[in-house]
Design a protein around this ligand. Structure first.
Ligand code: SF4
Length: 182
């Protein structure tokens, strides 16, 4: 998550090292903006909702916006200087552990790679089951697919795929809750 840099710098005060770490980890991750960790971002007191509407993040009268965030280019936040408060304050567990020296950089990169690969596997299985809507958070896509499977008349092949999807989502959730966000 590229946008935690200011908070991290202020707290630790080791500007160069922290910048390097945030650059390396957050720019190779994006899981907190791309609909894998969160399904939406709730505005906080002090957020400039009019400006966020103007920027196209927020729909009329909304107090939260969905993820994957349309401002995330796959790497960086497109409204970094004007991002909402929740985005400024959130710092995932992996980054905290890396900053505190409990996880070294290469292990942290491996965790990010493994988790991104697991998320890709979930997306792939959803696509095989007919859900190609990449604009919706993974957790919501899985819930919708589960309902569809419960209500519909799925064939044997679809049932098998859904079984694989369920296992893949479980494995993703274990990774997320143990390494990123409890
Ligand atoms: S506004 Fe920026 S930091 Fe917040 S979710 Fe969107 S891309 Fe991420």
């Amino acid at each position: 998550m590229y946008w935690v840099v200011i908070a991290v710098e202020a707290r630790i005060g080791a500007r160069t090292n922290v910048n390097n770490l945030v650059e390396k980890l957050c720019l190779s991750c994006g899981l907190c903006c791309n609909g894998v960790i969160f399904a939406d971002v709730q505005l906080q007191r002090g957020d400039n909702s009019a400006r966020l509407r103007e920027l196209g993040v927020l729909k009329r009268n909304a107090t939260k916006f969905p993820q994957p965030c349309t401002m995330h280019d796959g790497c960086r936040c497109g409204i970094y200087k004007e991002r909402p408060k929740y985005c400024r304050q959130f710092e995932c567990l992996l980054l905290q552990n890396a900053n505190e020296g409990r996880v070294n950089e290469s292990d942290a990169i491996s965790v990010i790679k493994e988790t991104r690969a697991q998320a890709a596997k979930v997306r792939d299985l959803l696509e095989q089951l007919g859900d190609k809507d990449a604009s919706v958070a993974l957790s919501k896509r899985f819930q919708a697919m589960r309902k569809q499977m419960e209500n519909g008349r799925a064939g044997a092949e679809q049932v098998d795929l859904f079984g694989l999807l369920t296992v893949a989502v479980h494995e993703l959730n274990v990774l997320l809750s143990e390494r990123f966000y409890r």
